[in-house]
Structures are given as C-alpha cells and as structure tokens.
Write a protein that binds this ligand. Structure first.
Ligand code: B1M
Length: 222
C-alpha cells in the first residue's frame, strides 16, 4: 500500500496527470495520479490515506521546491492539475464525510486588483494541502469577504494584492473583517506586501509564498 501511496505522491510532485499525459518526459507512458488513485481505491486503501499520505505529500514537496526556486510556475500548475484530477475520485468521500479536510480558507484578490495568477497558485497549494478553498476571485470588496466569513464559520481568510495602489485596500478590508468577525484570522500576501505592512494593518500573518501560508495555516490547527 505504501508503495502505491508513494507513487501517487511522486505523480503529484512531478505533475504526472494520467497515462496519456506526455509530461513530465521521464514519466512518459507510465500511469499517473488519475489511474493510481482509482487503483488505490479499488485495492481498499482508505481514502483519507490517499489524501494525506499520497496527494498532500507530493503537493508539499512541490511547495517547498517552488519556495526554493527549484521549480517554477508551470511545474506547480501541472502538479495542481494532477492533484485535481485525483481529487475527482475522492470527491464522493468528502461528501459522505469519510475524508475530512483541515478547515476552510477563503481567498480573494482585493478591491481594484485584477491580478489572479499568484492568488490561483496560492489557492491550489492550500487546497492541495488538505484545506477546502472558497475562492472569491478578483476585485473583491470588504463586504464580500465579510459575507463569506459569516457563511463559512471558522474559515481563515487570505488577501492577495499585486499593486501598490491596491495593497492599501487590504487595510480597509482587514478592519472590516475584524469589526464584523473579531476572531477571524486574516493572512496577506502578494508581491508588494511584506511583514511590516501586515503588522501595520492589523492582519494576522504574512507569507511571501504559498508554502509559507500553508505552514502558517497548519500551525493554527487545534
Ligand atoms: Co500587472 N502589474 N498591471 N498585469 N503585472 C505588475 C504587478 C507590475 C509589477 C508590472 C510592472 O510595472 N513592472 C505593475 C505593478 C506596479 C506596482 O504597483 N508597483 C503592474 C501594473 C502597473 C498593472 C496595471 C496597472 C497596468 C496598466 O493597466 N497600466 C494593470 C492593473 C489592472 C488591475 O489589476 N486593476 C495591470 C494588468 C495586468 C494584466 C491584466 C495584463 C496581467 C494580469 C493577468 C492575471 O493576473 N490574470 C498582469 C500581469 C501578468 C503582471 C505581471 C507581469 C505578472 C504578475 C504575476 O502574475 N506574477 C507583473 C510584473 C511581474 O511580476 N513581473 C505585473 C506571477 C505570480 C505567480 O506571482 O502574483 O506575485 P505573484 O504571486 C506570488 C506571491 O506574491 C505570493 O504567492 C504567489 C506565488 O509565489 N502570493 C501570496 C500572492 N498572493 C498571496 C497571498 C498570500 C500569500 C502569498 O496569502 C494570502
């Protein structure tokens, strides 16, 4: 069983979606995350183990390599694609509650800002690490964040901004969130943002990259 789970982890790490996928070249012709996840379920592997000991292990390796500049955006996108293909087979077990996610994470690019490539990468990495992600998209105003937090009780929040002109909206949004739901934890990131800014606006955590955010979220688990 552990051999099958390590093969699944390897497919996620290297972005091997299925047998037909030509990427990565060194795994051409081999089965991918799609077939292996199906096989694992057929062989009776517990769905929770497929998630935590297979898929999430691979995703974490990609996150660390990305942070260390050992892989780049396209590789992360292939890993995320392999992950989402495998997740299709696990979906029914999420619905029955047989597979549990770590918690909920609401993310959006802040008001005035249309950049979503980084935000999407963050979403994929957080989801790939076992969290349910509620993605509000781009140009998200404070009231939409607040409504989502009220709807998804206990969810963590992530604000992304790429412009120096929109990062200032993070302060307004963070204040609105804290006013409406004082216990809500707000995380911030994006190219112009840094730790000092995070502290100045009263947000709870800053990470320059998706992996750091995942690590912060994992420290918040009870
Ligand atoms: Co825009 N743009 N852009 N742009 N754009 C930048 C950001 C800019 C630096 C380019 C430049 O001038 N050199 C500049 C900002 C300058 C500044 O504010 N200091 C800029 C500008 C000025 C603009 C416009 C104003 C241009 C104009 O119209 N005059 C305009 C604004 C539109 C708007 O938002 N209202 C604009 C438009 C666009 C496009 C639509 C053309 C396009 C966006 C397409 C899209 O996102 N769907 C675009 C792009 C692609 C860029 C660049 C080239 C690339 C941004 C990107 O996707 N990076 C960018 C220049 C550059 O960076 N080379 C630029 C890759 C991405 C993976 O990185 O988003 O940083 P990033 O995300 C990282 C981390 O920051 C972190 O994790 C991610 C993965 O590592 N992260 C988080 C992100 N969010 C996080 C949240 C977290 C934690 C980590 O926790 C919650």
């Amino acid at each position: 069983m552990s051999d099958l789970l390590s093969k699944i982890a390897e497919c996620i790490e290297f972005g091997k979606i299925n047998k037909a996928a030509p990427f990565p070249p060194q795994m051409k012709g081999l089965v991918g995350a799609d077939e292996l996840t199906k096989l694992a379920l057929e062989e009776g592997v517990i769905p929770q183990d497929i998630l935590t000991k297979g898929l999430m292990v691979g995703m974490e390796k990609v996150g660390v390599k990305f942070r260390e500049n050992k892989v780049f955006v396209p590789q992360v996108l292939m890993s995320a694609k392999a992950m989402s293909t495998a997740m299709v087979h696990l979906k029914p077990y999420f619905l029955t509650g047989e597979v549990k996610q770590k918690g909920k994470f609401i993310i959006g690019t802040v008001e005035g800002d249309l950049h979503d490539i980084g935000k999407n990468l963050v979403s994929m990495m957080v989801e790939g690490n076992g969290w349910e992600v509620i993605d509000l998209g781009t140009d998200v105003k404070a009231d939409r964040f607040v409504a989502a937090i009220k709807e998804h009780k206990g969810a963590f929040v992530g604000l992304s901004a790429l412009l120096t002109t929109t990062m200032v909206n993070m302060e307004k949004i963070t204040k609105a969130i804290k006013n409406a739901v004082p216990e809500a934890k707000v995380t911030v990131g994006g190219a112009p943002v840094n730790k000092d800014f995070c502290e100045k606006i009263g947000a709870d955590a800053y990470s320059p990259d998706p992996q750091g955010l995942v690590e912060y979220l994992n420290t918040q688990l009870n």
